[in-house]
Design a binder for this molecule. Structure first.
Ligand SMILES: [Fe+2]
Ligand SMILES: [Fe+2]
Length: 265
């Protein structure tokens, strides 16, 4: 089977990119399951149900979550519902709304999808989080007898070292470990020695001529002059889609190929 993991869909520009490009990509590559990072979907932070519906209509089957996924409470009902195709990171402390892993349904069978946050993620570094390596071990043990075709782990973090470590830690135990949060793709997509697809960061969907989707004119006064500025989302200029196309051996549940997909227009 083929699974396409689509990097952070950044606000209206990102939704537009997915609506424009994903239907054809899905057909051309014979994709069975599309998973997208949704933490920035609605105006850059959180998820409105109507925006999630737009992604679904464009061909996204399931959404992972990062450090902004809890920003809008109107999505908590779906995060809590085991049948709704959206999760938040699994290593938030007990009592946090939502589920950290669920099964995605495809015509060929079920796929387990897990989201995790790294220890260091921007300003959230001081929030208490459970250890992602220990949490993923607990999940894989709990789900070891549930039949499935693949297991996809999303690792949302800032440290390249930590994002490399989790890939090798899970090599041979899951189908793919896909890093995100940077909004910039890394050139290291590969299948690791024991069969797990890995990329330190898959990148984003949305404005290319911006800082992670935000206008330079709203950010330069902050970085140069120390001013307090509001982020303004870039809606013009070149647009980008970044994703990872994973080929899965359905007998072993491991990856046989991991191909980065980049489109710019
Ligand atoms: Fe993001
Ligand atoms: Fe993030």
């Amino acid at each position: 089977m083929r699974i396409l993991y689509v990097g952070d869909v950044m606000a209206e520009s990102g939704i537009g990119v997915v609506e424009k490009l994903l239907p054809a990509l899905r057909r051309e590559r014979d994709i069975d399951l599309v998973i997208a990072q949704a933490e920035n979907l609605s105006d850059g932070k959180g998820v409105r149900p109507a925006d999630l519906q737009r992604l679904r209509a464009a061909g996204v089957d399931f959404c992972t979550g990062g450090n902004h996924i809890l920003h809008r409470p109107e999505i908590y009902g779906q995060l809590n519902d085991p049948e709704a195709p959206i999760i938040r990171p699994a290593n938030y402390p007990a009592g946090t709304p939502g589920l950290g892993y669920k099964y995605a349904t495809t015509p060929k069978g079920k796929v387990l999808v897990i989201s995790l946050l790294g220890h260091i993620v921007g300003k959230d570094a001081e929030k208490p989080m459970d250890n992602p390596l220990q949490v993923v071990d607990t999940i894989l043990t709990a789900e070891q007898h549930t039949p499935r075709l693949a297991t996809i782990v999303n690792f949302h973090g800032d440290f390249s070292s930590e994002k490399r470590i989790i890939g090798y830690y899970l090599d041979g135990r899951v189908t793919a470990v896909i890093g995100d949060h940077w909004h910039v793709p890394t050139a290291d997509a590969s299948v690791l020695p024991k069969g797990t697809a890995h990329q330190t960061d898959v990148g984003m969907c949305g404005s290319l001529d911006s800082s992670l989707g935000v206008t330079f004119s709203s950010l330069i006064p902050r970085w140069r002059d120390g001013r307090v500025t509001q982020n303004v989302l870039e809606t013009t200029g070149r647009m980008q889609l970044n994703a990872l196309d994973i080929t899965v051996d359905e007998q072993t549940g491991l990856a046989t190929a991991a191909e980065p997909v980049q489109r710019i227009y």
